[in-house]
Every structure is written in C-alpha cells, then in structure tokens.
Write a protein that binds this ligand. Sequence first.
Ligand code: R5P
Length: 300
Amino acid sequence: MADMDGIKTNNHEGIDPSKNFHTEVAPGKTNYHIKGMDNMSWGMKDRMSRIFNPKSGNALILAVDHGYISGATKGLERLDILLPELQEDIDVVMATRGAIRTCLPPMFNKPIALRCSAGSTVLSEDVTSETIGVDIEDVIRMNASAMAVQTFLGTKDEKETITNLCRTIDAGIKYGIPTLAVVAVGKQMARSPQFFSLATRVLAELGAQIVKTYYCEDFEKVTSGCPVPIVVAGGKQLPPKEALTLAYRAISEGARGVDMGRNIFQAEDPKAMAKAVAKVIHEKYTDNEAYEFYLDTKVK
Ligand code: R5P
C-alpha cells in the first residue's frame, strides 16, 4: 500500500486546520524579466529564461553558424575543439544542426539557437535568397531553445525572407519555441539608424521574440522602439578593445545581449575574449575594465 503519511487528509468538518494557505500574503507575481514576454506561454518563457540570464537579464550568444554560408570559416575549422573550450564562458550557442549534431556533445547542456534558414552560399552573386531549412519537428528533436531566421529587408528577397520568418514564428508559437529574427544587411544596403530602427520594429511586430541587429548611432532609440529584446551582432573582427566597446555601448544603450562570432572565435585568445565579453554582459564591466581583464586573462 502507498505511503500516504502527510498526504491523506483526515475527515474534518471543514478544511484541515493544520494547513497553512498564507491568506495574509497577496498572490505571487512571476516578475518575468524579459520585455515583451508577458503574454507568452510558460514554455516560451522557460526557453527565453534559458537564453537571458534571470539575474542580469542579458545573454552572451556565441554565433558559430557562419559555415552554412562560408564553409570552414577562419576560427571555426574545428568546432569540436572550440566549443568545449568556450562552454563555461557563454550562455547560448547559435549554430546549424549539422554542426551541433557532429561537433557538440549532448552533455554540453547549454541552450541552442538553431540556425533555421538556408539557401545561399558565398559562391552566389548575393546571399539574400533563403528558405526555411529545418522542420519544426527537428527543432524539437534537437531540444533547441530558439530558432534563428535571417531577413533581408529592402532587397528583392524581402517578401521571401519575411515569409520564412512568419512561418517559423507560427511553428514556434505552436510549440513554445522563440524565434530569433536576424536583421541581415546585403552588400548594397546602408547601415543607417533609420534602417535598423525600422527593421527591428518590423520584425518584432511580425512576432519575433528576439531580434538581432547591428549597433548604430542613436541605438537607444532603436532598442526603445523595439518591444522585444535586441541582441547585437559583432560583425567583422575588430581589435579587442573596440569589440568590447561595441558590446559595452550596446548594453548601455538597451541591448539585452550580444550574438557575437568573429570577435570571439577569431580573437588571439578566444576564451579570454569570451570571458571579457561576459563581464560586460553580466557584471556591468565598462569596456576599459573588460579590456584590462582581457589583457590579464589572455595567454601570454
Ligand atoms: C550571420 O549570418 C551569421 O550567421 C552570424 O551569426 C552573425 O553574423 C554573427 O556573427 P559575427 O559576430 O561574426 O558577425
């Protein structure tokens, strides 16, 4: 017979008087820490909390998905060696399913932002034409915490890439999986504050739960006008101090994290760089403090 001590209620006239319902305390609020998520499902919020640290509210996403366009990108030749080295310093890995299945042991146990759009390579004239590259069933099978889809607004492929995004958001809402919409910039496209302000707002209005964009002037206005968290792409490799300044300015002006690739994995010491970026993201380090930390930490 099952042990029912402390579970089974004796027959009382009313509710068992020994139970404590704390009637003097107002019902608890969840105090959810991520903007724009109040009306999302519990599963969606759970996944978003795996990405955005509940304490700092921010995320360090390591972007290593470049291979889906560029092949063996400099610094990413051996993901099976790089990723375990950076495991403790980052919050999320953004990668393709092929890279994850072949190079990331399942015990890695960090949230995955799965690259779900595909369609062009550096061999093409331009890389703006994409399709949805992963079925939602495989996203679930891989236990992804977010799906990343690229959009090329203002190009001939605008509608196609917006359609990819909308179909991905629909599938994600069905299963509680956030979509990270990437504001991509084609060769001819201007990187102006007007463009980033418009693009980030459009993608949030289409239903993306996270928007990735580039840092620009007036960035505070870009983040203020976007009702969901923005993460900033690193872009091409900069001197380490400049990359840390980029992260610092982005966070100071309302970004909730970075989705940084080359400035970490192409750094002279990727591990020290990831640690220094994490100090800015989670511990309110200034760029100068983080750079000092980088110099002290990197392998001499
Ligand atoms: C964009 O298409 C790539 O997939 C990267 O995820 C993104 O550009 C971020 O990496 P990086 O900091 O190297 O620009």
